[in-house]
Structure formats: C-alpha cells, structure tokens
Design a protein around this ligand. Structure first.
Ligand SMILES: [Mg+2]
Length: 124
C-alpha cells in the first residue's frame, strides 16, 4: 500500500515514516505542503493520504478541497491538534474520511488507518 505523507515538519514526517514502517508500510511518498502534495499527486496514485492541517503555502484543508475536485475516492486522513479538533466537521465536509488527533501512538494510527480503509471499502 502506497501512502502519501503531507507535513511541513521533516522531523514529524520521519517519525511517522518510522511508525508506518513498524506497521509494515514502507512505500511512502512525502510532501512538505499542499502545493508539493498536488505535484506528487499529478504523478503518483497513493492508496491513502495522511494530511497535516497547518502547513505553509497550502494548508491541509485547502489541499483536501483541491483533491476532492477531481478525486472523490482516495482515502484521506487529517492529522489535527487538540485545538483543531473543533474544526473536524469542516474537514469532513471538505472530504476527509477520518482524522487522528496528535499526539497519537502507533497503535492508534494503525487502528485509524484500518478504520479509514474499511470505511471507504478499500480494506484487504
Ligand atoms: Mg504542520
């Protein structure tokens, strides 16, 4: 399974890559903001996108809206802080399939990923 990780922090991307690797996911694409993510998406088709909310150039919610203009199906998970939790409805309206509140454990992330794929019928 190919996963696109979108986060402006290289450190966070590396931590999450390690977490995903521990779950057996090693086919990871990365982008540092929404604009760069769209660039990646013009060439690649990941099975899941993990998006951070706050990023420079293009934030997570704008990225989700852009993706949904052309792709209704690709599973998208938003990573939010506790403070952004109240905006989850907005994210879901924009087309996010699921969200995970930071900080989270590898176990929580794994559960949320399974849940997301099951929801969109892409599991297994
Ligand atoms: Mg950020």
């Amino acid at each position: 399974m190919k996963i696109l990780l979108v986060d402006d922090s290289r450190t966070i991307r590396n931590i999450q890559k390690n977490t995903l690797a521990s779950m057996g996911h090693t086919d990871i694409l990365e982008a540092a903001d929404g604009l760069l993510a769209l660039e990646v998406l013009s060439k690649e088709t990941p099975d899941l996108i993990l998006v951070d909310w706050n990023m420079p150039n293009m934030d997570g919610i704008t990225l989700v809206k852009k993706i949904r203009e052309t792709d209704k199906r690709i599973p998208i998970m938003m990573r939010t802080t506790e403070a952004e939790k109240s905006r989850v409805i907005e994210a879901i309206k924009a087309g996010v399939n699921n969200y995970v509140v930071k900080p989270f454990t590898a176990e929580t992330l794994s559960e949320k990923i399974d849940q997301t794929l099951a929801k969109v019928g892409a599991a297994g």
